[in-house]
Design a protein around this ligand. Sequence first.
Ligand code: FRU
Length: 335
Amino acid sequence: MPASRITLQQLLQTLVVLFAGLFFVTACAEKPAPQKSGDKTTDTAKKQYVIGFSQCTTTEPWRALFNRLLEAEAAKMPDVKLVVLDAQDRTEKQVADMESFITRKMDAILISPKEAPGLTEVVERATKAGIPVIVLDRDVNTKNYACWIGGDNLEIGREAGRYAVEALGGPGKAQGVIYEIWGGMASPPAQDRHNGFHEIVGKEKGIKVEGNQDGDWKQEKGYNIMETALKTLPKIDLVYAHNDPMAFGAYLAAKDAKREKDIKFVGIDAIPEEGCMWVKNGQLAATFVYPPPGVEGLHAALKILKGEKVPPRISLPTRRITSANVDEYLASLKK
Ligand code: FRU
């Protein structure tokens, strides 16, 4: 047999080796790559959401509390970076702040607008840029945003109206002069607080409502408006101001005119260091809880970013606070 000729046995041996080799190569290729401990793959990497918050002002204590609660909540969330801008009570600055959030491509934006007409367009622009916008407290004149969260101002106005009717003698019998001090007239909370109140007191023939001045939510303006009102109106039985700082400003003006004992002062917000304290001191007769909506806003933004649905409008509850329940209410906040 020539040496170059391959026997059947040699051929079979070669084929067995070849198949074995092929099997080994295939088996190795299918095995997952061994994982090193502490190895971070893109699947497990956490995304950090950058969320912008445009606050209209921080000079008022209710706003400062709003920011504090929101920042404390964001600090508990490792997957959130919150960027807060303060518009310092100026619409133009708030528009510029929103523009900077759009340019910086925030993952979501929270905004508590100064007023509706001036902020509507930039909210729509952010939405058009694909950024979910959550509007907090004061609304804008469009529904082109993801969600609105705030207190039910129409209901708060009605509740204040019910209180005023009771304080002036009860339904059908109420008698007296009410002086109303408006919050910012271009903002929906002031409009709703006005409309809800008038819905109730408007049914009382014995009640007359005076006052049509914009106090822009500020204590000093409340003082000035009341100072003038006291000069022109010999009888005022109750002051209804659209927030506690203006109600307290009106109280101080009445005190300076030595008429504070003849008048009941009613405000809205009921934060511990303002409204509640003034009720405890007997300076305000009543205030209504207006919860700052930042924490709920942050939770809604995260839900949206994680693909969950949120309702288009979320209303937060209110409560009447008077000397009868202020201590119990303050204690409940500490729990
Ligand atoms: C603070 C404030 C509150 C009021 C709210 C209405 O800026 O004036 O006192 O309840 O805004 O938007």
